[in-house]
Write a protein that binds this ligand. Structure first.
Ligand code: 9MR
Length: 351
């Protein structure tokens, strides 16, 4: 028998349980999530452990998008989505599903589809209702319509008007396609919370005004919309005052507010010689802290749907690939170790 100091036993030092370690979800007064992908959940145990330990909400990054779920007309594929849904169920996590209607991530058959407005309405409604029905009972919420508003004038994207990044849905279904998307989704799963999700609210006042007006119109008409996703793909120089104004304006609709795709770029200008030094890491930590604090101080408690980062570790981020630049936008590094950004985020969530 080992020699044991009785005083230590009495004071709890000997064999005392380790102090509970703080995690994002243990300190946050609302759900905290990350966009995840099934490939990493299956192949990387570090990734799996970090997601399961730190978060209590997940968003499906790509696997419930149109091109993944209906790659051919009326042929549905939920393999990737089901992996994420069962991971979440096993770990008692909320699932925010993303997304039903977007002008991107469309399969070739939709882009090449030809038919009258009735035929277009049919593929639109069938897609929404099949995907929502499949996930019914396993997801809490949906991004029903994603990024429908233009950056330059706040009008609806329309492939007729801006072919490069216009919406094929607005082109073929008319401006009220947004309201109908919410109605179709609600019919298929009346229990799911339904969100409009977009980016740029913190830097684009025209777009912010247009978004607030749009959701207020939908609400007045009794369209089943429950929340707004504020993506917040921001950078270390993002303007604090504008961020707060955007949260205030969105919250003034009375809807739930989800910071839905947060990441903080440290290299927005694409400097090829950039070094991710202590100064940059600390500015990034401050920005993560500020976002969490601003959300807490600005969005009323009952309207806080939570904060979700877009991916988990720097190596998974969409930013370096999409912008062809070096960047480290997330709270975890490429080996899923906590960064200064994580500590800043934690501080902000504790606020
Ligand atoms: O992170 C996603 C990336 O892996 C995909 O290639 C891309 C196209 O489907 O979409 C990215 O996620 C986007 C999200 O769905 C909507 N808001 C912007 C996100 C970053 O581009």
């Amino acid at each position: 028998m080992p020699l044991v100091c009785l005083a230590c036993v009495a004071c709890g030092k000997y064999g005392a349980p380790a102090q509970p370690v703080e995690t994002l979800k243990s300190v946050a007064p609302f759900p905290v999530g990350a966009a995840v992908n099934p490939y990493l959940l299956k192949t990387n145990s570090l990734y799996y452990a970090v997601v399961a330990t730190e978060y209590n909400s997940v968003t499906t990054e790509n696997v419930l998008k149109f091109n993944a779920t209906e790659p051919q007309l009326n042929q549905f594929d939920f393999s990737g989505g089901d992996t994420v849904l069962s991971f979440a169920a096993k770990n008692h996590m909320r699932v925010h599903a993303h997304n039903l209607v977007w002008h991107q991530a469309l399969p070739g058959w939709v882009l090449n589809f030809s038919g009258d407005s009735l035929a277009w309405e049919n593929i639109f409604k069938t897609h929404i209702q099949s995907v929502v029905a499949h996930c019914k009972g396993k997801v809490s919420s949906w991004d029903v319509v994603n990024e429908a508003i233009r950056d330059d004038d706040g009008k609806l994207r329309n492939k007729d008007v801006n072919p490069g990044d216009g919406s094929i849905w607005r082109q073929h279904l008319g401006p009220d396609y947004i309201a109908r998307a919410f109605q179709y989704a609600h019919e298929a799963d009346p229990g799911a919370l339904l969100f409009y999700n977009d980016y740029g609210q913190e830097w684009n006042g025209v777009k912010l005004d247009s978004m607030v007006a749009m959701v207020n119109r939908l609400k007045r008409r009794g369209i089943p919309i429950d929340g707004i996703g504020m993506q917040m793909h921001i950078g270390i120089n993002t303007n604090q005052a504008n961020m707060k104004i955007a949260m205030q304006r969105l919250a003034s609709t009375g809807l739930l507010i989800h910071i839905s795709e947060l990441d903080v770029s440290v290299n927005p200008s694409g400097d090829t010689n950039i070094v991710y030094n202590d100064a940059l890491q600390s500015r990034q930590a401050d920005m993560y802290q500020l976002v969490a604090q601003t959300y807490i101080s600005t969005v009323p408690k009952a309207q806080r749907y939570g904060i979700t980062t877009w991916n988990v570790g720097d190596a998974d981020s969409w930013i370096p690939h999409f912008y062809h630049r070096k960047d480290w936008p997330l709270p975890f590094d490429s080996l899923y170790r906590k960064k200064a950004a994580y500590e800043g985020y934690l501080r902000g969530l504790k606020n």
